[in-house]
Design a protein around this ligand. Sequence first.
Ligand SMILES: [Zn+2]
Length: 233
Amino acid sequence: MILAFGFFALYEIVEAPRSGAFEPVVTHGSGRAIALTFDDGPTRGVTDRLLAVLEREHVPATFFVVGRAARREPGLLRRMAADGDEIENHSDTHVHLNMLLPGALNAELDRADATIAAITGRRATYLRPPFGARNAAVLDAARRRGMQVVLWSVAGGGPPIGSFTREEDRRAYAEELAARVDDGAIVLLHDGDRGRGDAEELAFQAEAVPYLISALRSRGDRFVTVSQLLAAR
Ligand SMILES: [Zn+2]
């Protein structure tokens, strides 16, 4: 119990998006727009289905990709770029960057960045450290590369109890999430699981996206990429 509380307290200090332990990072935009962001992919069978939805609905998104996953699925990155989605840095192997020595930290950022640049011809401008874990060294490494650290204001929760195969389950999940999304929100969802090639139990977040889009649109929200959201501030 004490141990559990200790880990929770440590998370609040070091990893929570609004932690005050380090200089502030971006967690929120403003205006009547929402940025949907997807972490940990791309994942075959998950990201391609998600992209089909985003393309059909004309919803731009921001993907914080894991370098090792991007190397496995370069075609999915090209498809994101072709549709106007932003492709940003979520490290190379999805580790706690705040635990690394400088050489390993630099390699995590540079390998992911080089992968994104080789596939898309464009360098990442944002870094989202895995788990939100950051410290002065991580923030400094991002700054030296001209990358802004972007976290999130609202995150999709865990899978609902039981099966997630029924349409009403996806709709209920999306509506619960939509109720927590406010103006200028940066919404964290997943289209992968730490870049491992199988989204496992996180795939349901991508499956709920059609319902999330319609829930947010029905109340007048529009969708933008992170850079569009931050340009409006
Ligand atoms: Zn992640």
